[in-house]
Design a protein around this ligand. Structure first.
Ligand SMILES: *Cc1c(COP(=O)(O)O)cnc(C)c1O
Length: 361
């Protein structure tokens, strides 16, 4: 693996070592009596096994290894955090000088890229996606051109996209990373990767040191409430991301849950849930396309459908009367008539179908 180009990192953080915690500065090896972190000497009664008595490993090794296995990567390429949201934040923090370097996004897209940038005082340039009524497309050539024009340090591409549901071909992601290798890091956010019929962009990491892939247990793995995500990056960049991270990002009970979710039996169960979700999604797609007033149901490689309709307010109202909440995405550029519907359980989808039975959109 070639090196990560260190000139892409924030100049003012060169040599920044981060917080030196009791865990990271400990000698390890032969230590038996740990009196270096002001923890309680006895466990709490709410924590009978005492697992939470001590501060956790900042990067729990078993969780890191599990993500490395999942992504066919090495443990030193993995950074775990509080959802992929935290990884987005860390990337902006590590690569963009506040008030200076910018990021690129491709709307309509996930809101957290622009939120992290705004909170960091970093400008956002949007290169809108195009669509043909069937699917959305990220214009990677236009992204490369905009990166050159603006000097952006970070390019965020979600694949499958949210709320678009569309994939960006791996060869286009590889070409984008290649073209911008001397200037910017290309982040491929695969929050919905488990639902898609394309290989993960982690397969590109060995060839492209400036590519980063984000994964999460929040969607297909069913653990949104546990807040577990990971970034896969060149080992040099991964080391920098760990240094700019808060000291103990992964609570002990959460790390355990994450490791359990990535064990073979749980992964097999996740694959079965994914298959069921895809069946329910395709059935809902057919149902929606047959509904009066529906203008478009975009092809989706994720666990939701993006729908354009004549009267979104009426549809929202009908669904709300049945106690059903879907996502109003009309605030996104170019989605002034659109809603996003997540695929839930079979029972929830029946409730949705029943509510749709008495309506037009
Ligand atoms: C849901 C979502 C995330 C957030 O994932 P967490 O791991 O829960 O923080 C990231 N990216 C996209 C595109 C998403 O839709």
């Amino acid at each position: 693996m070639t090196g990560f180009p260190s000139h892409l990192l924030r100049q003012d953080l060169r040599g920044f070592a981060g917080y030196s915690s009791a865990r990271t500065s400990a000698p390890g090896a032969a230590a038996q009596v740990w009196l270096n972190a002001n923890e309680s000497g006895l466990p709490s009664s709410v924590d009978p096994g005492g697992a939470a008595r001590r501060y956790p490993d900042p990067q729990p090794a078993d969780l890191v290894d599990a993500f490395a296995d999942l992504c066919a990567a090495a443990p030193d390429q993995v950074v775990v955090g509080r959802g992929s949201d935290e990884l987005i934040e860390l990337l902006v923090r590590a690569l963009c000088l506040p008030g200076g370097d910018g990021i690129l996004i491709s709307s309509p897209t996930f809101g957290m890229y622009a939120v992290s940038a705004a909170l960091h005082g970093v400008p956002v340039t949007d290169v809108p996606q195009t669509e043909d009524g069937l699917r959305w497309q990220v214009d990677t050539a236009a992204l490369a051109a905009a990166a050159r024009r603006t000097g952006a340090r970070l390019v965020f591409v979600a694949s499958p996209g949210n709320p678009t549901g569309s994939l960006v071909p791996l060869r286009e992601l590889a070409a984008l990373a290649e073209q911008l290798a001397d200037q910017a890091v290309v982040v491929v956010d695969e929050a919905y990767g488990e639902f898609a019929a394309q290989r993960s962009a982690t397969s590109l990491l060995a060839e492209h040191p400036t590519l980063v892939v984000l994964r999460t247990l929040s969607k297909a793995h069913g653990l949104a409430g546990a807040r577990i995500g990971a970034g896969l990056a060149h080992p040099d960049l991964a080391a920098v991301l760990r240094r700019v991270q808060a000291p103990y990002p992964v609570p002990v009970p959460v790390a355990r849950m994450g490791v359990a979710a990535l064990a073979p039996a749980a992964l097999a169960e996740t694959r079965r849930r994914v298959m069921q979700t895809l069946r329910l999604r395709d059935a809902l797609g057919r149902r929606l396309r047959a509904l009066d007033g529906v203008r478009a149901v975009y092809a989706s490689e994720a666990n939701f459908l993006l729908v354009r309709c004549e009267d979104p307010d009426a549809l929202l109202h009908t669904l709300a009367s049945a106690g059903i909440v879907v996502r109003d995405v009309r605030h996104h550029p170019a989605l002034e008539d659109a809603l996003r519907i997540s695929i839930g359980s079979a029972e929830e989808m029946s409730a949705l179908e029943n509510a749709l039975g008495e309506t037009t959109a």
